[in-house]
Structures are given as C-alpha cells and as structure tokens.
Design a protein around this ligand. Structure first.
Ligand code: SDX
Length: 431
C-alpha cells in the first residue's frame, strides 16, 4: 500500500485538538484512513458495527467493485476464470497469485488427488452424529476434528506447513462433504478415484453406490467445477473475516477454517442458497408465479420478517457477476437433463424480473447474488437442499486458506482484538 500525499484531518466542534490521519492507497478501489493511532491520540474509538466502512486488512487476493458488479481473482475477471480455468487452477491462482504453468498445474492436480482420501478413522467421527444432523454441523465437526489428526504437522509460522494444511483440506473437503451426505443416507462411503477430476470425484463420491457402475456426466462435472470456482473467494466476507480473526491467535489452521465453516452456515451468508431454494419451493407450493405479487408484498412489509433470499449484498449494489454465470450454468444443466421447463427455474426468473422492476428493490440496489440460482443448479444435479451450503464451504476452503496464509505472512499482522462502546452499568458495589 502507498502513503498518499493527502492527509485526513479530524476536527472536533467542542474545541478538542484536531488530529491528522494518514491516508493509504491500494492498487485499485477505495483509499483508507489509517486510524491505528486514533485511540492513542484522542482516547476515542471508531464505531462501525458490521464493519460497513472498515478495512480490516490489506489484501492482494480478491477485488470486488460493488457498483460495477465486478469480481477479480488476483486481477483476472471472474468471467474469464470461470470460462478458461478449472477449479484447481483457480485454487492455484488464489493461493499463489499467478495462474499455474502446464507443469505446475499437472503437479498441483496430482498433489490434490493424492491427498483426497481421508484417514480411515474419520468415519468414527461421523458415527457420533444423528443421521439427520445438518451437513454443516457435521462438516464443522469434521474439519475441526481433522486438526486433531495433523496438529503436529501445522506450525503456522512455517510456510511449508501452511501450504500443506491448505493442500490437505482443499483435497479432503470434497471427501468429507460426500461422507456427510452418504452418512445421512445410510449409504457406504465412496473412495476418491485418481482417474477422475476434482469435480468428477465429488460427484462420484456423492452419488455412486456399489450396486451399479457410475459414469460422470461431463456437463454436470463442468457445472460442479464452475460452482466451485464461483464460490472460491470473496474478499473479507463474514466467514473469511472469521477465519482471519480466529487464525490471528496462531491457532491450528484447520481449526480456524472450521470456524469459517460455522460462520458460513448462517442464512444471511452461505446458508442463503438453502434458504433461497426453500423460499422458491414454498412460493411454488402456495401458488407459484400467480402468488409472486403477494410474496413480494410480504418482503416489502418490514413487520413480516420475510426477506427475498438470494437477493441483496453488502458490497454489490449491482448484479453479482457470479449470479449471471450461475444462471448460464443453470441453463446448461437443465438443458442437459431435459429440465428446460423446470418450474422452479421459471419461478426464479419470474421472481427476479418482478423484483428488478419493483421500486423497493431498485432504490435499495438489491440484485440477485450468487445464491439466487446456485440452489436450482445443485438441485437439478441431485444435491439435496441441506447440502448446498456444504458445497459452498467446499469451494470456499481455498479462499479461507489463501486469506489466512496472506495474513500470517503479513509482517504487520497482530491478533485481532476489537474494542467497544460500553453502555452497561458504571462501577457499583454489591450491597
Ligand atoms: C453471501 O459478503 C459476501 O461477500 C458474502 C458472499 C460471499 O461470497 O462470501 O457474497 C455470499 O453471503 C451472499 C449474500 C447471501 N445472503 C442472502 O441472500 C440473504 C438475503 N440478503 C440479505 O439478508 C442482505 O441483503 C445481506 C445480508 C446480504 C446484506 O445485508 P446488509 O448489507 O446488511 O443490508 P441491510 O440488511 O442493511 O439492508 C439494506 C436495506 C434494508 O432495508 P431498509 O432498512 O433500508 O428499508 O435493504 C433491505 C433491508 O431490509 N434488504 C432486503 C434484502 N436485503 C436487504 N429486503 C428484502 N430482501 C432482501 N434480501
């Protein structure tokens, strides 16, 4: 980051001495006012619940221009990464900052393939869960449990250890997610198959059974790979900030990522794809397109507590570029499966049209986000609704590690420890 010639001056209307604050510039995007010395100079904190105007770190990984609806992975537009790379090359890009050469790509694909099989004892962790446990609860537990298997291998001050932890979990998270699904179905686990791609392996581990040969459908394989790419990283979102804050204590990196899985589960974040599909199914049950007006009226009524899931975003005040790519994938998958007239897809497109023409959404700049169509694609592929966020977590594992490792490599990083505006009781004694 570069120190700007300009400075920010904070003046107080009650005559308190003004304060000059440095301004830093990044390579693109908003400048920042460096307030690190503010408390020391004024005895005051800044106040920004939800961090709407706060940059928590400097990062070179992912850039979002919310007004333009632009998303760059290490400078490359998501549209190009989604169309010209596979997920593992996108992982390499996010982790290392550059796209791999053909040789580096081969090596990385092979390294991931060689680590996809989990320790046989992992299946004992699954046995502790009820069969109907939510897959995100299971994944939170399994990722955390993995930290017990490799704690001695992961000294976060050692860059090779950090790289190994990333490779291990990027490789094993599809296996863990598929095991969570198989366990819920009472079906035998399927081992990874080195002859398949990363996405092809996930589909086979999810849907193959010992009773019949399983052929990976190339259109579904490509769709799965694109879903992974679109969810891989997204700047300082809630779960990534969770991983950074958790990791800032120097804890085991897998334990820090388990915290990210837990955060992603929420319906305001990664859980929105599951919530969005449930919303569409409810509207469908209650009358479908004919009932859209009624539903939109509920959404606009603050007292209803109803939100249009899959719409709106803290950063995008334009169309989420991932939603456009996801809709494209939706068309491809539904076409391949002969589901072009899928009623839920038609309902989603009708709902999007109504919302985009409604003043309530227009004035609040609420557009479809990545979660609006991802559920429809996954449902068409055969992934159950309660597994959607698990797929999101699978894909976001690389982003969590890229961001965690970037923080740990930043010489300026400190343990995260925000302060507060205290509004509780002043000092008092027990009578
Ligand atoms: C993800 O951060 C990331 O990058 C996340 C993510 C990633 O890749 O990591 O992109 C993934 O989490 C996408 C977002 C998925 N969540 C949803 O789709 C849930 C539905 N969306 C919302 O709950 C909401 O839009 C958020 C949480 C996404 C953003 O909320 P903000 O920025 O805190 O905005 P807000 O709640 O302050 O809303 C501003 C206004 C309010 O109305 P007013 O009080 O101004 O009248 O917009 C309204 C809100 O009521 N609003 C919505 C709405 N989203 C915002 N009204 C109806 N439906 C919605 N979905």
């Amino acid at each position: 980051m570069k120190l700007s010639d300009a400075k920010a001056t904070l003046t107080f209307s009650d005559g308190r001495p003004s304060v000059e604050l440095p301004i830093y510039q990044g390579s693109i995007g908003p400048e920042v006012i460096d307030i690190r010395k503010l408390y020391g100079q004024t005895g005051m904190f800044t106040y920004d619940p939800g961090f709407l105007s706060t940059a928590s770190c400097q990062s070179a990984i992912t850039y979002i221009d919310g007004d333009k609806g632009e998303l760059l992975y290490r400078g490359y537009p998501i549209e190009q990464v989604a169309r010209k790379c596979d997920f593992l090359d996108a992982c390499y890009l996010l982790l290392k900052g550059e796209l791999p050469t053909a040789e580096q790509s081969r090596e990385f694909h092979k390294d991931i393939a060689n680590h996809m099989m989990v320790h046989e004892q992992v299946r004992y962790f699954l046995r502790g869960f009820r069969r109907d446990a939510h897959p995100m609860a299971v994944l939170t537990g399994l990722v955390g449990a993995l930290s017990a298997f490799s704690h001695d291998m992961h000294d976060v001050s050692n860059s090779e250890h950090r790289e190994h932890a990333a490779t291990l979990l990027i490789a094993q998270i599809p296996t863990l997610a598929a095991m969570a699904y198989k366990y819920s179905r009472g079906q035998p686990y399927v081992y990874p198959d080195h002859s398949l791609s990363y996405a092809g392996n996930f589909l086979k581990m999810m849907f193959a059974t010992p009773c019949a040969p399983y052929e990976v459908n190339p259109v579904l394989e490509r769709a799965m790979d694109r879903i992974f790419i679109l969810h891989a990283d997204h700047e300082q979102n809630a779960s990534t900030s969770t991983v950074r804050l958790c990791g800032s204590s120097g804890t085991n990196p897998l334990a820090a990522v388990a915290a990210g899985v837990a955060c992603l589960w929420g319906p305001a974040h990664g859980g929105a794809n599951e919530a969005c599909l449930n919303m569409l199914e409810t509207i469908q049950r209650e009358g479908g397109v004919a009932k859209l007006g009624e539903f939109i009226a509920k959404v606009k009524d603050k007292n209803s507590g109803v939100r249009l899931m899959g719409f709106g975003h803290r950063v995008y005040k334009n169309y989420d570029p991932r939603a456009k790519l996801m809709q494209e994938t939706c068309n491809e998958v539904l076409g391949e499966l002969g589901l072009e007239n899928d009623p839920l897809f038609a309902l989603a497109k009708a709902l999007e049209k109504v919302a985009l023409e409604d003043e309530y959404f227009v004035e609040r700049k609420l557009y479809p986000n990545v979660d609006f169509y991802s559920g429809i694609v996954q449902r068409a592929i055969g992934i159950p609704v309660n597994m959607f966020t698990g797929v999101f977590a699978l894909a976001r594992t690389v982003g969590w590690f890229a961001q965690l490792n970037e923080m740990l490599e930043d010489p300026e990083y400190k343990i995260g420890r925000p302060r507060q505006l205290f509004t509780g009781s002043q000092r008092r004694d027990i009578a």
